[in-house]
Ligand binder design. Structure first.
Ligand SMILES: Nc1ncnc2c1ncn2[C@@H]1O[C@H](COP(=O)(O)OP(=O)(O)O)[C@@H](O)[C@H]1O
Ligand SMILES: [Mg+2]
Length: 366
């Protein structure tokens, strides 16, 4: 058998013909310039979600950064939030919050969703236990125990499901979970000892035990690249879930320009499937003004719902082992997918399909 080399980078674009036109003040009303004569305009599309696929070196990062950079001047009122797994999503004018062991910032997965119809500490505890179970590969017993520990932590803060007024109290964080486990260990609970061990790295990095960074800047990058994959996954999923919950609370939108664009490059570490934050945003985000811009190296990292429900699909060159599947899933002829070069994309914008020479971020900056 041949081994899969999905990570193998493509050759650089330096030798490719130069594209391009520039995003000018005059053509801003047409939307975000993707490439010559091709604009991306959420007002003309059923939704503002974008899904992008391409091998390493195909141009995903440059494409996403280019779109985000253009959005800064076109949709000034919308917020842009980037979950950065690789630490390469830096864009001029951003506000960056690096999360790592020594950072002052964190994310609190236990922040209670205040929605009277789908929120409260009990559902939050279930959601957090499910994410931890998946990311840290826990068994059902450990998940059950964690659920009980989280419930105790909420009660200790005076937060109870039956009294909505208590949901606004300061949520416990992972330091409270750790303290509760220590108390149970001291009482002789062996299972608590094992659970504490399972969560050791999660406690050690401290990112879930600190205050959450402020969310008021218009363009925020959350840099997760110094964290191990399991912790990245918990942090990213918690943040995406919080965004979806908060947008629901803001209520349905009349217009088509999103309140917020959430960019996730290299989405491999995001949980997928029913109930995951990405699937929820893809299904419900449009109504509440939350758009998802997602990129990944492999179609295996993207759920069928995410691909199917994004009005915009961008196919950059993919690994040759993926050509056939990507062609089918994104509905482009295999031969066209196979013929792509870096920064050349097959674009599906609603019902339109065309090949575009993408204007990368590094050219927009000039
Ligand atoms: N500043 C730059 N100047 C010229 N070429 C660049 C620059 N940055 C990236 N590239 C090229 O752009 C292409 C796409 O890179 P990138 O978007 O990082 O790919 P991916 O994110 O899919 O791995 C690569 O061929 C890379 O060599
Ligand atoms: Mg990249």
């Amino acid at each position: 058998m041949f081994s899969r080399k999905v990570e193998k980078p493509l050759p650089p674009v330096a030798t490719l013909p130069v594209r391009r036109t520039a995003q000018t003040e005059e053509n801003q009303t047409a939307g975000v310039l993707l490439g010559k004569d091709t604009y991306w305009n959420p007002e003309t599309l059923p939704n503002a979600h974008i899904v992008c696929i391409g091998a390493s070196g195909s141009g995903k990062t440059q494409t996403l950064k280019g779109i985000c950079f253009a959005l800064r001047t076109i949709y000034i009122g919308s917020q842009k939030i980037l979950i950065d797994f690789h630490g390469d999503q830096d864009i001029a004018g951003e506000m960056v919050y690096p999360l790592h062991m020594a950072s002052p910032w964190g994310i609190n997965p236990l922040t209670v969703n205040l929605d009277p119809e789908g929120g409260g500490p009990n559902l939050q505890a279930i959601a957090v236990a499910a994410v931890l179970k998946k990311s840290l590969q826990m068994g059902p017993n450990q998940e059950g125990m964690l659920l009980d520990v989280i419930g105790t932590c909420y009660r200790q803060q005076g937060i109870v499901q039956d009294d909505q007024a208590t949901w606004k109290r300061e949520a416990p964080n992972f330091a409270h979970i750790e303290a509760e486990l220590v108390a149970r260990i001291e009482e002789g609970c062996k299972e608590s000892q094992r659970l504490k061990l399972k969560l050791a790295a999660t406690f050690q990095y401290g990112v879930f035990s600190r205050s959450q960074f402020p969310m008021d800047a218009k363009h925020i990058r959350v840099d997760l690249h110094k964290l191990p994959p399991a912790i990245q996954s918990i942090a990213a999923e918690s943040l995406a879930k919080q965004l979806m919950d908060n947008h629901r609370l803001l209520g349905e939108m009349a217009g088509k320009i999103p309140r917020t664009f959430l960019f996730i490059d290299e989405a491999k570490e995001m949980p997928k499937g029913t109930g995951s934050a990405c699937d929820r945003i893809i299904a419900d985000g449009r109504k509440y003004g939350l758009a998802l811009v997602l990129a990944s190296q492999s179609e295996r990292h993207l759920s069928a719902d995410v691909i199917g429900n994004s009005s915009t699909k961008l196919v950059l060159p993919v690994d040759q082992t993926e050509v056939s599947k990507v062609g089918k899933k994104f509905r482009f002829a295999e031969v066209r997918v196979a013929g792509l070069r870096p920064l050349q994309a097959l674009c599906r914008l609603g019902t339109d399909a065309k090949q575009v020479e993408i204007v990368p971020y590094y050219e927009r900056l000039q």
